[in-house]
Design a protein around this ligand. Structure first.
Ligand SMILES: Cc1cc2nc3c(=O)[nH]c(=O)nc-3n(C[C@H](O)[C@H](O)[C@H](O)COP(=O)(O)OP(=O)(O)OC[C@H]3O[C@@H](n4cnc5c(N)ncnc54)[C@H](O)[C@@H]3O)c2cc1C
Length: 442
């Protein structure tokens, strides 16, 4: 369990079930700093709505979310421009939330508000999922303990042990794809006055074609910076001199803000992390086990939807538990409904990397954005741009993708029609002019 497991536990407890949560790691509320995963996450409509359904959304957003109302692009020549998420309303935004705070908030809610029993330092090592039996290794004493449950929810992340036990079951499909790009996290501290050194209410992006850097604001007025790049390119930056030269060429404005010494220390403190996308189907095994969150559909992080999609899983599961009494039907429906949408967002996340690192700087993209915004203003119920529908609505991800496809077709056909019309008008003009000159001659 983590974010997604915690939220699911809250949902199930709210329905009156006795829920127990098992976690491999120690209680993060006791540790100062957890290294390994991004420091902050972007929380958007789907995640907020799923949190709100168990009464957790408002508090989290109001006290710990920093609104980001659009992208702020840093060009190579030092110029910058903002691309608002929704030019019609300033309030339309995603929220940057600290991962550590979010995890602590959810753990407290799970334990205190919903009376769920939490067991830390319990690593799932084996399971008989048909029978609902699990074997855990206690990380402190090395002992093993057996536990059983009527329903097992595997929310154990991209390298899920629960999912591993699905592998041998017939008709279970699985694929995983590592992309050739990895990432390194850096920190941009607050200024001397303790304030943000860049405009706080934006997702800052330095798009550079084959790679990019992004920055998201933190509550302590610092920025978490993530550099995404081909792993081979990281290898080239093997000493402080090369690193600083690269940063001065590519991200000059960021160097004094991060500080040269901090940049070098943070960059060489860890190896670049890899990124992968996982698709599988179905998400359930018999009527006893279901996988959710990254265990079911890990995605590359470029749409900021991994956690949001995991939270949406919890809401869907809850809706199905409300709709059907038979748990076998619930799990079957969950797999059927969720898989299409989950695979769509995995694909969209791949596409968005291209948009963020490259397309955002192209004239054709900016023009398309203007057309989208104009049509969205005129037909807000019909023409919803892709990013808006993914981040600010709860329309199924597959539907968001399909909408983009028909919108692309409309634009293509309109351009074609305009082209044909223009050509026809030109031809008519030339013909008319030709006839006029012939008439004058005779
Ligand atoms: C660089 C990066 C940036 C991201 N940014 C965003 C973002 O802005 N917005 C967003 O929505 N998503 C983002 N994501 C995705 C997001 O982090 C994940 O989708 C989300 O954290 C998945 O949550 P989860 O609870 O399913 O899995 P996890 O957070 O991986 O939790 C799984 C838990 O299961 C435990 N576990 C694993 N194996 C066992 C075992 N055998 N026994 C017991 N316990 C076990 C682990 O210790 C862990 O606590 C980002 C991801 C990355 C890599």
């Amino acid at each position: 369990m983590f974010q997604v497991g915690c939220l699911c536990a809250c949902y199930l407890a709210k329905r009156g079930h006795e829920v127990e949560v098992y976690e491999y790691r120690d209680d993060i509320r006791k540790s100062e700093f957890v290294r390994g995963r991004t420091i902050n996450l972007s929380l958007s409509a789907r995640g907020i709505q799923a949190l709100k359904a168990v009464g957790l959304g408002d508090k989290l957003v109001s006290s710990h979310g920093i609104p980001m109302k659009g992208r702020l692009i840093h060009n190579l020549d030092g110029s910058r421009h903002a691309i608002p998420y929704d030019p019609r309303h300033d309030q339309v935004c995603t929220y940057s939330v600290s991962r550590k705070y979010l995890n602590e908030f959810l753990l407290n809610a799970t334990e205190k508000d919903f009376n769920v029993k939490l067991h830390f330092n319990h690593k799932l090592i084996n399971a008989n999922l048909q029978e609902g039996c699990m074997t855990f290794q206690l990380m402190v004493t090395n002992e093993t303990v057996m536990r059983s449950a009527d329903l097992i929810v595997g929310a154990d992340g991209a390298f899920s042990t629960v999912r591993r036990h699905f592998m041998k079951s017939p008709m279970f499909n699985f694929s995983q794809t590592y992309i050739e790009h990895g990432y390194v996290e850096l920190c941009m501290p607050p200024g001397e006055d303790g304030e943000f050194v860049m405009e706080p209410n934006y997702l800052h992006i330095w798009p550079r074609g084959t790679f990019m850097m992004i920055a998201m604001p933190n509550q302590d007025r610092s920025w978490t910076i993530t550099l995404f790049m081909p792993l081979t390119q990281f290898q080239v930056l093997d000493c402080p001199t090369r690193l600083l030269k690269f940063f001065k060429q590519q991200f000059l404005d960021s160097v004094p803000l991060i500080g040269k010494r901090r940049l070098v220390t943070d960059f060489f403190a860890t190896k670049p992390s890899t990124l992968l996308s996982i698709k599988c189907n179905p998400y359930h095994l018999s009527s006893r086990t279901v996988i959710i969150g990254d265990a079911a559909h890990a995605m590359v992080p470029f749409y900021g939807q991994g956690m949001n999609a995991g939270f949406e899983d919890c809401r869907l599961l809850d809706q199905l538990l409300h709709r059907y009494e038979d748990i076998a039907v619930v799990l079957k429906e969950f797999s059927a409904i969720r898989n299409t949408d989950a695979e769509a967002i995995c694909d969209l996340a791949m596409y968005n990397y291209l948009e963020m690192r490259d397309l955002v700087n192209r004239r054709s993209f900016l023009l398309r954005r203007k057309v989208d915004n104009l049509l969205f203003r005129l037909l807000p119920k019909i023409w919803i741009p892709l990013y808006t529908s993914v981040a600010f609505t709860t329309v199924g991800y597959r539907q968001c993708m399909d909408n983009k496809c028909w919108q692309d077709k409309v634009i293509r056909w309109t351009l074609l029609a305009l082209g044909v019309l223009g050509t026809a008008l030109c031809a008519a003009g030339i013909y008319h002019w030709h006839r006029m000159t012939l008439t004058e001659k005779f």
